[in-house]
Design a protein around this ligand. Sequence first.
Ligand SMILES: NC(=O)c1ccc[n+]([C@@H]2O[C@H](COP(=O)([O-])OP(=O)(O)OC[C@H]3O[C@@H](n4cnc5c(N)ncnc54)[C@H](OP(=O)(O)O)[C@@H]3O)[C@@H](O)[C@H]2O)c1
Length: 320
Amino acid sequence: MKAAIVRGRGEAPVYGDFAEPVPSAGERLVTVTAAAVSPLVRGRAAGTHYSSSGQFPFVVGVDGVGRLDDGTRVYFALPKAPFGSMAERAVVPSAQCVAVPDDVDDVTAAAIANPGMSSWAAYAERARLQAGETVLVNGATGTAGRLAVQIAKHLGARKVIATGRNAETLRSLPALGADVTIPLVEDADVLEKSFKVQFEQGVDVVIDYLWGRSAERLLAAAARAGTDGAPVRYVEVGSASGPDIALPGAVLRSSAITLMGSGIGSVGVDRLVTAIGGLLRAAAPAGFAIAATAVPLSEVEQAWSRNEGSRRTVFTVGEA
Ligand SMILES: NC(=O)c1ccc[n+]([C@@H]2O[C@H](COP(=O)([O-])OP(=O)(O)OC[C@H]3O[C@@H](n4cnc5c(N)ncnc54)[C@H](OP(=O)(O)O)[C@@H]3O)[C@@H](O)[C@H]2O)c1
């Protein structure tokens, strides 16, 4: 079958022929129609993501949309290695397939699943967000962050605070539901003060796409502003600005912060797929917006290194 193949460490995917996947008991053969590029897909392709297998060659792509042999249109996640989703066919455990509603097309479903899941799973599975709570999204200007603002409101958040370094995108976030926007300025004291004002008014849940310097300031502000035992559920979802932070022990002793992560490993794959099912069913009625560019899989070599800007590249196969 035709597929986008990574043949060795550090190599970009090439379009070529790969062995056909054969389903075992409990698995389904999926005829793929659409598979999106995401930071996870790029990290796995480069072998830098924590969930990379380190084995070559393999077909790139961690998820996608396609048809089962009975014609059911499904989203599927984490195909059996070395097969990936950027191929004509993939094999996936049955529990990792979920029906795509009729009001979402294949390209949109493929594009929105990973960035939308990042917050849907964090809110539902980790933070257990309750209606009426206040959410702060750190790094809300990316694809996942913008969806996190919309999804927080959809799941009943009363107030959403959005931070970001991109001033122009930040200005667009109130239209998506942000009640407060905070620019991520260089000055650490100014930044901490603007965070502290929000924590003094009450923040229940933080969803963090950045980690690094802004996370340090957020945690310090939460600790300093926190009133006696007021809990803050802090969910680390991405490390776009840095892999590590310095965390003084006093921040944890002086506050009721619960620090956790959300992603592959901290949420079971079945729960991640359940979250994506909820996201896809809500996508059209709630008007979740995502900009996607459909590109035939045969053009993967040219498209892989193209700057996507704020759009998502979705490779299409066959009838999508
Ligand atoms: N755990 C999960 O389940 C999960 C799922 C999906 C994604 N993620 C992670 O979430 C993160 C965002 O994903 P995405 O799909 O939204 O990626 P994306 O569309 O590429 O967005 C990344 C955003 O990060 C911002 N950024 C990068 N460095 C920054 C810095 N130093 N300070 C402030 N902002 C910075 C960029 O801001 P500008 O707009 O200013 O360029 C961009 O908007 C990634 O780290 C990804 O791996 C996690």
